[in-house]
Design a protein around this ligand. Structure first.
Ligand code: PLP
Length: 391
């Protein structure tokens, strides 16, 4: 099988799995226990936390470990329920783990406003001051979009909000979902001026069951418990999964340049192949047909490409590719209601209906090869395009 759905989940890196296995057998005690072996686990966690903080340019006590990025996003969003309803700004492309809890807030009387985006899915920073008012308390904008690969101008938004916040009594909290950004672009939490950010282990080759919430300043969570992770995420720490997450984070940050070059070369090969297929049949590069834009890492992540092969529906395309030995996504595979989500994102991107219904997401990882891209292009040329013509 050729696996080209790394944005959904990355196969576990054997090295990271070994780190987890070693950790589970070495650090067997609860880190909250006060006897020496428990405290040794707590110390081990602290030392690792310090290493991760250095790599992400933050402080160790600004890191909260949790189990999934969905949980991390929810902790931040639900914390606003401690306040009287006000206004929140978000991007229309957010992952369901941000979009859905914001819908809940809406039902509870909050106003949720979508920031205007351009045809590449990027938030128009200049228009942000027009949608902020005295009731605005938070801004949620993902860094790299898991559907389109669009890179948002997080640092520019962060700097703008910092400036606006200087003149306000009530600060606007800036949260960014950086799940698809870690290991694909540079992350400097201090420079990016976010108040909080989320990351997930299973997107970077670590074992599942760990994630991270960066919090510049502590917030008051809606739920409570044993008070672990400074009371922000109560529940016994999954030390083995956290160790695997930290190992994979440090590895992917260390290998960033090498991986970016690799992804970009695969993406270039894929785009060139699709451009040449366009002469024979209908196939689209999304969200723009301009290869130079798509290959510019400031605008689009190098690990992901969205395409469309109308009039074949995404679901049919995914099954066809699967039957030919290629696993790709018709959208956000980790979302159970991915069809609805695809529709929401496609509408925000203003794709026409034919294209919206036939989108595919191809995403690579560090072990993806040029031969796999060639095979994918061959399958598109020899099997898929003919079917699309007859459909
Ligand atoms: N945010 C983005 C951008 C994602 O792509 C995903 C998973 O696909 C998530 C959040 C959710 O991550 P997790 O599976 O750790 O809850």
């Amino acid at each position: 099988m050729i696996y080209l759905d790394w944005a959904a989940t990355a196969p576990v890196d054997p090295e990271s799995l070994a780190v987890a296995a070693d950790s589970y057998s070495t650090h067997t005690r609860n880190p909250s226990a006060i006897y020496q072996s428990g405290q040794a686990v707590s110390m081990h966690l602290l030392n690792n936390r310090i290493e991760l903080a250095k790599a992400l340019h933050c402080q160790a006590d600004q890191i909260v470990f949790c189990s999934t990025a969905t949980e991390a996003n929810n902790i931040v969003i639900t914390s606003f329920l401690n306040h009287t309803p006000a206004e929140i700004i978000t991007s229309p492309l957010e992952h369901d783990s941000v979009y859905q809890p914001l819908q809940k807030l809406k039902q509870l009387g909050w106003k949720v406003i979508e920031a205007p985006i351009d045809l590449e899915g990027r938030i128009d920073v200049e228009k942000i001051p027009d949608i902020i008012n005295k009731n605005t308390v938070a801004f949620f904008a993902m860094d790299v979009c898991n559907e389109t690969g669009t890179v948002q101008p997080i640092q520019e938004i962060g700097m703008l909000l910092e400036k606006i916040n200087r003149e306000r009594d009530r600060r606007i909290h800036f949260h960014s979902d950086m799940v698809q950004a870690l290991g694909k672009k540079e992350i400097d939490l201090q420079k990016m001026k976010v108040d909080s950010a989320s990351f997930s282990a299973h997107k970077i080759g670590a074992i599942r069951g760990a994630a991270m919430l960066y919090l510049k300043k502590a917030i008051s969570p809606l739920y409570g418990g044993g008070g672990q992770e400074k009371g922000i995420r109560s529940g016994t720490e999954n030390v083995g999964a956290i160790d695997s997450f930290i190992f994979s984070s440090l590895k992917t940050i260390r290998q960033l340049q090498e991986n970016q070059t690799h992804f970009l070369s695969l993406k270039r090969e894929l785009i060139e192949g699709i451009v040449s297929l366009k002469k024979k049949a209908e196939i689209h590069l999304l969200p723009t047909e301009d290869p130079t834009r798509l290959l510019h890492s400031d605008f689009f992540s190098p690990h992901l490409l969205q395409i469309a092969i109308p009039p074949l529906p995404s679901e049919v395309l995914v099954r066809l590719f699967d039957s030919k030995g290629v696993e790709i996504s018709g959208g956000s595979a980790c979302a159970s209601n991915s069809k609805k989500k695809m529709k929401r994102v496609s509408e925000a991107m203003q794709y026409d209906k034919r294209i919206a219904e036939s989108t595919l997401r191809i995403s690579f990882g560090n072990s993806t090869t040029s031969d796999e891209i060639k095979k994918l292009l061959q399958i598109i040329e020899e099997s898929i395009l003919d079917l699309a013509k007859k459909f």
